[in-house]
Design a protein. Structure first.
Length: 140
Protein backbone atom coordinates (compact mmCIF):
# COMPACT_ATOMS: atom_id res chain seq x y z
CA UNK A 1 0.00 0.00 0.00
CA UNK A 2 1.12 3.57 -0.69
CA UNK A 3 0.59 6.36 1.87
CA UNK A 4 0.63 10.13 1.43
CA UNK A 5 2.75 12.42 3.60
CA UNK A 6 -0.07 12.53 6.19
CA UNK A 7 -0.18 8.75 6.56
CA UNK A 8 -3.40 8.30 4.59
CA UNK A 9 -3.64 5.39 2.15
CA UNK A 10 -3.60 6.35 -1.53
CA UNK A 11 -6.60 4.64 -3.11
CA UNK A 12 -7.02 6.67 -6.31
CA UNK A 13 -4.95 7.11 -9.45
CA UNK A 14 -5.50 9.53 -12.31
CA UNK A 15 -4.01 8.52 -15.66
CA UNK A 16 -3.75 11.23 -18.30
CA UNK A 17 -3.99 9.47 -21.66
CA UNK A 18 -3.65 12.52 -23.93
CA UNK A 19 -2.96 16.23 -23.74
CA UNK A 20 -5.02 16.92 -26.86
CA UNK A 21 -8.25 18.80 -26.32
CA UNK A 22 -10.96 20.31 -28.48
CA UNK A 23 -11.64 23.19 -26.04
CA UNK A 24 -9.61 25.89 -24.31
CA UNK A 25 -10.79 25.86 -20.70
CA UNK A 26 -8.97 28.45 -18.56
CA UNK A 27 -8.50 25.99 -15.68
CA UNK A 28 -6.76 23.29 -17.73
CA UNK A 29 -3.02 22.99 -17.18
CA UNK A 30 -0.16 20.65 -18.03
CA UNK A 31 2.16 20.32 -15.04
CA UNK A 32 5.48 18.82 -16.10
CA UNK A 33 4.32 18.23 -19.68
CA UNK A 34 7.21 19.21 -21.94
CA UNK A 35 6.16 17.42 -25.12
CA UNK A 36 2.35 17.20 -25.45
CA UNK A 37 2.66 15.18 -28.67
CA UNK A 38 4.14 12.24 -26.75
CA UNK A 39 1.50 9.75 -25.60
CA UNK A 40 1.68 6.42 -23.84
CA UNK A 41 0.65 3.33 -25.72
CA UNK A 42 -2.45 1.40 -24.67
CA UNK A 43 -0.16 -1.28 -23.26
CA UNK A 44 1.77 1.26 -21.17
CA UNK A 45 -1.45 2.74 -19.77
CA UNK A 46 -2.81 -0.67 -18.80
CA UNK A 47 0.55 -1.66 -17.29
CA UNK A 48 0.55 1.45 -15.08
CA UNK A 49 -2.99 0.65 -13.94
CA UNK A 50 -2.01 -2.94 -13.17
CA UNK A 51 1.03 -1.87 -11.17
CA UNK A 52 -1.08 0.63 -9.20
CA UNK A 53 -3.63 -2.06 -8.37
CA UNK A 54 -0.76 -4.13 -6.98
CA UNK A 55 -0.20 -1.30 -4.47
CA UNK A 56 -3.87 -1.53 -3.38
CA UNK A 57 -5.02 1.45 -5.41
CA UNK A 58 -8.59 0.51 -6.27
CA UNK A 59 -10.05 3.49 -8.14
CA UNK A 60 -8.72 4.78 -11.46
CA UNK A 61 -9.80 7.94 -13.26
CA UNK A 62 -8.90 8.45 -16.92
CA UNK A 63 -8.15 12.07 -17.73
CA UNK A 64 -6.45 14.24 -20.31
CA UNK A 65 -6.64 16.82 -22.09
CA UNK A 66 -9.83 15.38 -23.46
CA UNK A 67 -9.60 11.59 -23.12
CA UNK A 68 -12.49 10.97 -25.52
CA UNK A 69 -10.30 12.28 -28.35
CA UNK A 70 -8.03 9.28 -27.92
CA UNK A 71 -9.04 6.87 -30.70
CA UNK A 72 -8.25 3.82 -28.51
CA UNK A 73 -10.42 5.03 -25.61
CA UNK A 74 -12.78 2.02 -25.70
CA UNK A 75 -9.83 -0.39 -25.78
CA UNK A 76 -8.16 1.44 -22.88
CA UNK A 77 -11.33 1.32 -20.76
CA UNK A 78 -11.98 -2.33 -21.58
CA UNK A 79 -8.44 -3.42 -20.71
CA UNK A 80 -8.31 -1.50 -17.43
CA UNK A 81 -11.83 -2.58 -16.42
CA UNK A 82 -10.78 -6.24 -16.65
CA UNK A 83 -7.94 -5.86 -14.15
CA UNK A 84 -8.28 -7.72 -10.86
CA UNK A 85 -8.72 -5.49 -7.81
CA UNK A 86 -10.30 -2.54 -9.59
CA UNK A 87 -13.34 -1.20 -7.74
CA UNK A 88 -14.11 1.91 -9.79
CA UNK A 89 -13.15 3.16 -13.24
CA UNK A 90 -14.18 6.67 -14.20
CA UNK A 91 -13.37 9.34 -16.75
CA UNK A 92 -13.23 13.14 -16.71
CA UNK A 93 -14.43 14.76 -19.93
CA UNK A 94 -15.87 17.97 -21.31
CA UNK A 95 -18.74 15.79 -22.55
CA UNK A 96 -18.88 17.09 -26.11
CA UNK A 97 -17.89 13.73 -27.59
CA UNK A 98 -19.81 11.63 -25.09
CA UNK A 99 -23.03 11.35 -27.10
CA UNK A 100 -21.51 8.81 -29.50
CA UNK A 101 -19.34 7.01 -26.94
CA UNK A 102 -21.35 6.70 -23.70
CA UNK A 103 -22.95 3.33 -24.43
CA UNK A 104 -19.69 1.86 -25.75
CA UNK A 105 -17.79 3.11 -22.69
CA UNK A 106 -20.36 1.60 -20.33
CA UNK A 107 -20.24 -1.72 -22.21
CA UNK A 108 -16.42 -1.65 -21.98
CA UNK A 109 -16.62 -1.39 -18.18
CA UNK A 110 -16.66 2.33 -17.32
CA UNK A 111 -18.42 2.96 -14.00
CA UNK A 112 -18.69 6.74 -13.79
CA UNK A 113 -18.29 9.93 -15.81
CA UNK A 114 -17.28 13.34 -14.46
CA UNK A 115 -18.27 16.06 -16.92
CA UNK A 116 -16.64 19.48 -16.69
CA UNK A 117 -19.45 21.93 -17.32
CA UNK A 118 -18.37 25.44 -16.27
CA UNK A 119 -21.64 27.21 -17.12
CA UNK A 120 -25.26 26.52 -18.01
CA UNK A 121 -25.37 29.71 -20.05
CA UNK A 122 -24.53 28.88 -23.70
CA UNK A 123 -22.76 32.20 -24.32
CA UNK A 124 -20.65 31.96 -21.15
CA UNK A 125 -19.88 28.34 -21.95
CA UNK A 126 -18.69 29.30 -25.43
CA UNK A 127 -16.58 32.18 -24.12
CA UNK A 128 -14.92 29.95 -21.53
CA UNK A 129 -14.41 26.79 -23.55
CA UNK A 130 -14.74 27.77 -27.17
CA UNK A 131 -17.33 25.10 -27.82
CA UNK A 132 -21.02 24.55 -28.29
CA UNK A 133 -23.02 24.10 -25.07
CA UNK A 134 -25.53 21.94 -26.96
CA UNK A 135 -22.83 19.33 -27.70
CA UNK A 136 -22.07 18.98 -23.98
CA UNK A 137 -25.78 18.70 -23.10
CA UNK A 138 -26.31 16.03 -25.74
CA UNK A 139 -23.37 14.14 -24.24
CA UNK A 140 -24.96 14.28 -20.81
Amino acid sequence: MIYDKYGRPVLNLRISITQKCDKHCPYCHREGETNPSTVMSVEEIVRIAKIALGFKISRIKITGGEPLLRREIIEIVKNIAQLEGLKDLSITTNGTNLKNLAKKLKAAGLNRVNISLPSLDPETYHNLMGGNFKDALEGI
